[in-house]
Design a protein around this ligand. Structure first.
Ligand code: UN1
Length: 512
């Protein structure tokens, strides 16, 4: 299965309702956008796949106004009926899984198995959200006043701004949009400029489902730059929640603007995820997990394993095994099923990796495997292993590339301290067969991350759990568990079914 030829690329685009030149905004209809052309580039070849006419600030305004109107209608639909629309989205996604997965691979560069996995993640989110649509439960409390009743209920929140990154160009939309939809919200999606075709394809699928159900156009889309779309969206007082995925630098700006208008933000930002391998670990398991977590998606997941902390007894063996495993990683066209690592997303990502490697060298890091780029079209680099130490500031930064820093430690206490010493707090893992070490890693004094795993790598989380992290990762939680609460507003209701008006806290306030 490959879409290497020009004809098959055209066929793939047309199977998903796309062409060589596409409008870049949707408000229930495709808007004849007039903003500058944006070219979608295949990172495997460096060639242009298709072009998009981006949205201007005027186009954004149309999408935002439509989202407000759609919200006003959608919020009156019973939640299980909203769930039914989302269920049908799942049927369409199942039908388009192959094509959409291929498009993810073509436009973003992750291997096909991961491209298909990403669409599966959307489908899983749909199934979860459909169930949630019948479980948006509030609490009831006992009132301190006689003949009074207190309850808590959840209402739709409003139009939600969804800002997504290139590395999960479709799944992260689904994390937000399936839940927001069952919660009764409309959406304005601003996808990454590096993966506009994925966003167009997804929105076309969603459009079909909305139209089949005569549903309001809740799935708005505006592809444009930060001046025309991003800035206006983040500052828009009609949008009570901005859910943003991307770098810490981006999240800091978004968070500031949203906070200044007292809106809510849900931030899922950078990770610097560590894996601790204890002397008693099953090394075969640890090795396989580290390979997927560090090399998978060419190191471009927010959950990518970037720091490997090895207990001294097993460090030499693990390093040797890692070096030979890295040497066997097949690098090339991500549509080829034999390939395990595709390209980085663009030339800038390659430059960023080179710049990080320079700093690594200056700070005393030793590259023990890789470190180079690969001489072929597209944006290919070598997966890289670096012997590092705790006093290298570069190891506190997230470089979105397959660079894995190797540290050594003596005790678990030392490992946990080193592990928690970075500003980010997304995902973490320990490999051990000792129950006590595993449990210690999970205590309040253990991992400080939003995700903490035992004998599993840092990436590839299931959607049933709440996804997100602490510290500079931004504190937001998306996907499963009770994350839906971020997409609704809570209302506390006290009902007096008696004929007296007793006041709380025993306050008396009687006239005459
Ligand atoms: C991301 O990189 O932004 O846990 C999300 C994982 C995926 C999601 C990653 N399910 O690796």
């Amino acid at each position: 299965m490959t879409v290497a030829t020009e004809t098959s690329t055209t066929e793939l685009l047309s199977a998903l309702g796309l062409s060589a030149d596409n409008p870049g905004a949707f408000d229930g209809e495709w808007i004849d956008t007039q903003g500058p052309a944006l070219e979608s580039v295949n990172p495997t070849t460096g060639e242009v796949i298709a072009s998009i006419r981006t949205a201007t600030a005027t186009d954004y305004e149309r999408v935002a106004a439509a989202a407000v109107e759609a919200f006003e209608a959608w919020r009156t639909w019973p939640a299980p009926q909203r769930g039914e629309v989302v269920r049908q989205l799942g049927l369409e996604l199942r039908q388009h899984k192959e094509a959409l997965g291929q498009l993810v691979t073509l436009e973003m560069g992750k291997i096909l198995s991961e491209g298909l996995g990403e669409v599966q993640e959307m489908i899983d989110m749909v199934d979860l959200a459909v169930g949630m649509s019948r479980q948006l439960c509030g609490l009831s409390m006992h009132s301190e006043r006689p003949e009074h009743r207190m309850t808590e209920q959840w209402h739709p929140l409003g139009p939600v701004g969804i800002i997504t990154a290139f590395n999960f160009p479709v799944a992260v939309w689904a994390w937000n949009s399936t839940v927001a939809a069952i919660c009764g919200d409309s959406m304005i999606w601003k996808p990454s400029a590096k993966t506009p075709l994925c966003a167009l394809a997804v929105t076309r699928i969603a459009q079909k489902v909305l139209e089949a159900n005569d549903a309001p156009p809740i799935f708005g889309l505006a592809i444009g730059d930060r001046h025309q779309v991003g800035g206006p969206l983040v500052a828009d007082r009609r949008v009570p929640l901005i859910s943003a995925t991307g770098s810490v630098a981006m999240g800091r700006k978004v968070g500031e603007v949203v906070a200044s208008r007292l809106g809510r933000s849900l931030l899922e930002l950078g990770g610097n995820n560590g894996i601790i391998v204890m002397d008693d670990a099953d090394l075969d398991l640890a090795l396989r997990a580290v390979l997927f977590a560090a090399v998978g998606t060419a190191g471009q997941r927010c959950t990518t394993n970037r720091r490997l902390l090895l207990q001294k007894g097993i460090a030499p063996e693990m390093k040797e095994r890692l070096k030979s495993a890295y040497a066997s990683i097949s690098i090339g066209d991500p549509l080829d099923p034999k390939i395990l690592m595709g390209p980085l997303v663009d030339g800038r990502a390659v430059e960023d990796m080179k710049a990080a490697l320079k700093v690594i060298e200056e700070q005393g890091g030793k590259v023990i495997y890789g470190g180079g780029t690969i001489d072929r079209p597209g944006f290919f680099v070598e997966p890289t292993l670096v012997e590092a130490s705790g006093d290298m500031p570069v190891t506190c930064e997230e470089t979105f590339a397959p660079i894995l820093y190797l540290f050594e430690f003596d005790t678990l206490e030392e490992a946990i301290e080193l592990h928690n010493s970075v500003p980010q707090g997304l995902s973490s893992a320990i490999f051990t067969t000792n129950l006590l070490s595993a449990e210690r890693f999970l205590t309040a004094a253990g991992s400080d991350c939003g995700i903490a795993n035992v004998n599993i790598g840092t990436s590839g989380a299931e959607i049933g759990g709440a996804f997100g992290g602490e510290k500079e990762t931004g504190g937001g939680r998306e996907a499963g568990s009770d994350s839906w609460k971020a997409y609704m507003r809570r209302q506390t209701c006290t009902i007096n079914y008696g004929t007296e008006l007793p006041l709380a806290q025993g306050v008396e306030f009687d006239v005459g």
